[in-house]
Design a protein around this ligand. Structure first.
Ligand SMILES: Cc1cc2nc3c(=O)[nH]c(=O)nc-3n(C[C@H](O)[C@H](O)[C@H](O)COP(=O)(O)O)c2cc1C
Length: 174
């Protein structure tokens, strides 16, 4: 017998990324996203799907810029904290202790503690159901030297399924 399920749970585990948006000198914010995928090599393009109610949506619409920061496992606690709270109510950098650092070419900061960073400029936007999908062109991509040179492995953050956020449709009784 087959039963209906929340489809997202069966796409797990997914990698999590910490997207930074806004401006380093004003309203910089962090939103964890799992709905992140490369959609072209040349030019290098990344798609991110941002919830319609997220504060980060407003910020990305304002600046047309975002950074995809790659967190290792040691940042998982911060990933979940940033994913269960909104930048409308708190300063996520202050609350998590993560360090904003100027990006090379765009206004949002990078997160120093992350292993790699892709600076993106929005080239396209698509409404996709309850999300707004941005296609960003990667204009800068860089990583910690030890990782880039293969001297240290990166253990990616890919924690528990965030049931509170996604797992609501067919989860009665769980
Ligand atoms: C592990 C994890 C993955 C998430 N992935 C997404 C995602 O891909 N898209 C999305 O819209 N929200 C995602 N969220 C939820 C947002 O991070 C959450 O709504 C956040 O509080 C929005 O913050 P903001 O209001 O400061 O923008 C995820 C949350 C967690 C914990």
């Amino acid at each position: 017998m087959k039963v209906d399920v929340e489809y997202l749970e069966y796409m797990w585990p997914m990698r999590h990324f910490l997207i930074t948006c806004g401006d380093i000198s004003d309203k910089a914010n962090i939103i964890p996203l799992s709905f992140v995928m490369p959609v072209s090599r040349q030019p290098p393009l990344i798609a991110i799907a941002v919830g319609r109610t997220a504060y980060s949506l407003e910020l990305i619409l304002q600046t047309g810029e975002f950074v995809v920061n790659v967190p290792a496992r040691d940042l998982e606690k911060a990933v979940y904290y940033c994913g269960y709270n909104s930048g409308r109510d708190i300063d996520k950098f202050t609350e998590t202790g993560l360090t904003p650092e100027p990006a090379r070419s765009i206004r949002p900061p990078i997160i120093s503690e992350c292993a790699a960073h892709m600076e993106c400029k929005v080239v396209n936007e698509i409404e996709t159901g309850d999300k707004y999908t941005f296609i960003g062109e990667v204009i800068e991509a860089y990583a910690d030297e030890e990782i880039a040179e293969g001297k240290r492995d990166l253990e990616y953050a890919k924690g528990e399924f965030p049931r509170i956020i996604y797992g609501t449709r067919f989860m009665k009784g769980k």
